[in-house]
Design a protein around this ligand. Structure first.
Ligand code: MG
Ligand code: ZN
Length: 217
């Protein structure tokens, strides 16, 4: 079988599983978010701050994807969310069947919002539907201001871009306007939030928006 056909078949199977996940979560009134970034952009820290701020307002369940270790899942659990760790053992993205298996291990009774933290990678996670309702890409001021231009697919398929580590802006060579411009030229409908998980700047706006999204309003 030609390689391209095989890849298309695998993606078609993934799409089918993703649709089943989407329908079963939707039937329970749960909305799902897939959060993606390169390694070290601050997804886990952003999630910790988000869970802390939404505590009492929203039930959050988390699926943590990492190639190895359960360090991030332990941090998220400590922040107060029901968490399941997936170790992909070398695979550089999450696939829908991994989410289906993880969902069998999570108590969804009090979950309004399911957050899936994808493996740190700006390339292939963009191709794998996990049954989410919302895709969020996180970039940070320490990783260069050319990410949207270099990885356009990720920004094309996301509905939200969060620029993290705003507190480091004075110390790095990062053109925020350029990043906004690049991202919006790829995806004019992108919602953009600019935050610092250290100072808390911008987190209220992001959490309010997410709270509204999670209630489906
Ligand atoms: Mg992480
Ligand atoms: Zn991959």
């Amino acid at each position: 079988m030609p390689k391209v056909t095989l890849a298309q078949n695998i993606l078609a199977v993934n799409e089918h599983v993703a649709q089943e996940i989407r329908q079963s979560l939707s039937a329970r009134g749960i909305r799902a978010l897939n959060i993606m970034s390169s390694p070290g952009a601050g997804k886990t820290t952003l999630l910790e701050r988000t869970i802390e701020r939404l505590r009492g307002r929203l039930g959050i369940g988390v699926i943590e994807g990492d190639v190895e270790t359960s360090a991030d899942a332990e941090r998220i659990e400590a922040a107060g969310a029901e968490t399941v760790q997936i170790n992909t053992q070398g695979t550089c993205h999450l696939e829908a069947h991994m989410i289906r298996d993880a969902l069998a291990q999570i108590d969804l009774a009090h979950v309004d919002l399911l957050v899936i933290e994808n493996v740190g990678n700006l390339v292939c996670p963009a191709a794998w539907d996990l049954g989410e309702d919302l895709r969020v890409v996180v970039v940070s001021t320490t990783e260069g201001d050319d990410k949207p231009a270099k990885y356009p697919q990720m920004f094309a398929i996301s509905q939200v871009m969060i620029v993290n580590k705003l507190d480091l802006l004075p110390y790095v060579n990062y053109d925020l306007q350029k990043v906004r411009r690049q991202a919006l030229s790829i995806n004019p409908n992108l919602h953009i939030f600019e935050v610092s998980c250290q100072t808390g700047e911008g987190l209220e706006a992001w959490c309010d928006w997410l709270g509204t999204f999670a209630r489906g309003v």
